[in-house]
Design a binder for this molecule. Structure first.
Ligand SMILES: Cc1cc2nc3c(=O)[nH]c(=O)nc-3n(C[C@H](O)[C@H](O)[C@H](O)COP(=O)(O)OP(=O)(O)OC[C@H]3O[C@@H](n4cnc5c(N)ncnc54)[C@H](O)[C@@H]3O)c2cc1C
Length: 290
């Protein structure tokens, strides 16, 4: 690893100034569990690391049933699953943050870092998409919002412009009779990259699906919003046949490649199986019966 400068701003303004002063040469450092590995491997060069873990806005974690959850981009996984209220309100988020690496990684890794790193296999991103999360992004020039499904634009590339920082993620309050779930398939029990993953959310009303979203991991160049799979459920009865249609739509939406973890055909089949299982669990979490 070559010599890098390290800065640890204590405020958002100071961080934005650091990015503006080092245009194109500064990288945000959250937990460092992606960034430092990539720098050591020579896959990412940066002259200045701006440590964002001491910035209050990036460490916020506030929830109310009316407003939903505001999650600072640098909050580490262990703080999220260590919070009983957040865990009860967003169990699908806990599904994802509690399987990232192992305990040591979860002590550092953030949801913001998982999203900004924009890996196709990122485990938290399908949950953010399924839950309709909106990302707050800021720079010296102002603040804007990006929907989670628009944030990752290519493998390892996100929608942030130079000098922009992801500040926080807003999770809408869970609707009545709603449930969500994330499941991934890996060939061993932990510490592996998803061969495929499915994050889903459903809302039920009068025995039917009134809303549903499905997102997939590791089966496209970015985490994939399988819009058609969610739409296949809306208005249909809460029944295994409806879920089978959504699972088929998820399989059709996937655009996987062959690699050492699995063939494209295997991944497509996994999409159907994981989407079905995740939807069954989400229905149960919503208090529904199949
Ligand atoms: C052993 C090991 C196991 C792992 N297992 C998993 C796994 O099971 N599932 C999984 O999905 N990932 C896994 N990862 C990858 C990694 O831990 C996660 O992606 C993690 O969430 C990254 O968060 P971080 O805070 O460490 O990000 P960092 O490494 O600090 O940052 C990642 C990237 O995002 C940028 N960035 C971070 N925060 C911001 C921000 N607020 N604004 C703008 N840019 C920002 C950084 O500049 C960098 O480019 C693993 C990594 C290791 C080393």
């Amino acid at each position: 690893m070559h010599w890098v400068d390290y800065q640890r701003p204590e405020s958002l303004d100071a961080a934005l100034q650091a990015f503006a002063a080092n245009a194109g040469n500064a990288k945000a450092l959250a937990g460092g569990t992606d960034l430092l590995v990539q720098m050591r491997a020579g896959r990412c060069a940066s002259g200045v690391l701006v440590d964002i873990k001491n910035i209050p806005e990036l460490n916020e974690m506030s929830y109310s049933p009316e407003q939903g959850l505001t999650l600072g981009a640098a909050v580490p996984c262990y703080r999220i699953y260590g919070d009983k209220t957040v865990s009860a309100a967003y169990p699908a988020l806990i599904d994802a943050v509690s399987i990232i690496g192992g305990t040591q990684i979860q002590g550092r890794a953030s949801v913001g870092g998982n999203l900004c790193n924009a890996a196709p296999s990122a485990d938290v991103v399908p949950v953010l998409i399924a839950l309709g999360v909106v990302c707050k992004v800021t720079s010296a020039g102002g603040t804007r919002e990006i929907a989670a499904e628009d944030f990752c634009v290519a493998p390892g590339k996100n929608a942030l412009a130079a000098g922009e920082l992801l500040v926080s993620l807003h999770f809408p309050p869970p609707a009545l009779q709603s449930g969500a779930r994330y499941i991934r398939f890996i060939p061993r029990n932990e510490m592996d990259i998803a061969v495929a993953g499915a994050g889903v959310s459903v809302t039920l009303a009068d025995g039917r699906f009134s809303a549903a979203r499905v997102a997939l991991a590791s089966v496209a160049p970015t985490p994939l919003f399988a819009r058609e799979a969610g739409e296949a459920l809306v208005g249909r009865p809460v029944h295994a046949a409806s879920i089978a249609k959504a699972a088929a739509a998820a399989k059709a939406a996937a655009k996987p490649i062959d690699d050492m973890r699995g063939t494209a055909a295997y991944r497509r089949n996994l999409c159907a199986v994981l989407t079905r299982r995740a939807l069954e669990d989400a229905v149960a979490r919503a208090g529904g019966k199949l």
